[in-house]
Ligand binder design. Sequence first.
Ligand code: FAD
Ligand code: SF4
Length: 407
Amino acid sequence: MTLASSPSESGQAPLGHKKARALKPGSRRPAKDLCSECGLCDTYYVHYVKEACAFINQQIAELETQAHGRSRNLEVEDDIYFGVHQEMMAARKTEPIEGAQWTGIVSSIAIAMLTSGKVEGVVCVQNTPEDRFQPQPVIATTPEEILAARVNKPTLSPNLSVLEQIEQSGMKRLLVIGVGCQIQALRAVQDKLGLEKLYVLGTPCVDNVTRAGLQKFLDTTSRSPDTVVYYEFMQDFRVHFKHEDGSTETVPFFGLKTDQLKDVFAPSCMTCFDYVNSLADLVVGYMGAPFGWQWLVVRNETGRELLEMVRDQIETQPVMSQGERRAAVQNSIPAYDKGVTIPMWAAKLMGLVIERVGPKGLEYARFSIDSHFTRNYLYVKRHYPEKLAEHVPAYAQKIVEQYQLPD
Ligand code: FAD
Ligand code: SF4
């Protein structure tokens, strides 16, 4: 489907906003190959897709002003990298939730918001009964349903596909958990949902894949792809896989079969510059924190309210930053570009050295942001040159300009 033939209006909703027919499952989306399956087009809010879609209309600065009262200050490095924020910290639950991605801060906040009555429902993503990695978005109304959504579904997930149900349910106070592209579309239509209060709890997100892409990643990287229940690219420069029997497998980043994995990531994620979920009220990730800790970015007062819900369940420490990332990033650009794969023994050795002397805390987060933004900038330049100027936000442009890129 082309943009010119985007869905027709079919009526007026009770709230006075425009409706269109949801697109059929599996049909081509307006963003075409760049669609991240955020779910908006599965609902009558598809009417707004041309303005709302993160891959058709990049408008992070405008939406930051709407959500946080200001956009990033491009003179302040922490703003450029991590977005608008009041505070950052490292945190972990004193009693972690079994089976959560990290210590379960996201699930704990959601449960506290629901049981305190601050919200009537929580948009989150469970998995289908048949497949632990196949996403199934839900509006959870019990703590059990929130807990059933814990742990990452490391696949594109149509979280916004439940938006119609919100309006139909009559809910007025809602918490949405999601990644950057979902949250950009949500922010663009949030005043159409008939809500009195929306809370947005985000996670960073990068290198996501389709379900088929995930299988290829697992098959080429893990010793036992069928038993993986969880994985994460960790701050120690290794991918950690957890298996059904409780065992952990680690593979150094530098040992990944880059030549085979080059095209495994979804095109949407290869063109994304919202790694840090700029539009969420509170972001919970890990990459700016020491190993084993989570990284929290409080963007505004609503985010602070979310964090306060679990203050008595977490321990915190100030963020730290150590090391110097730039040479490592510059060296990785041509290596990734050429799809260089090095022998496992050399990869393990490199991993050990870089773990000891490499970037830590916020510098590790900058390392990861720089590596992904330079790679994605090149991807957009080569595959969508006509989109380059509009699609790359000013802050990402500043980050990329620090490096020498091949043509
Ligand atoms: P839990 O309590 O286990 O809750 C996880 C929540 O994530 C659930 O509520 C669920 O609804 C939601 N969720 C799961 N899968 C998806 C999905 N596909 N789309 C939207 N929501 C989902 N953090 C970093 O610092 N750096 C990264 O590079 C990074 N990459 C990520 C990539 C993906 C695809 C995802 C989903 C997350 C990523 N994160 C990253 C965030 C990090 O892995 C943890 O999700 C976060 O720290 C929360 O951990 P937790 O234990 O508090 O979450
Ligand atoms: Fe629609 Fe979302 Fe895909 Fe954009 S990314 S085309 S809004 S489903």
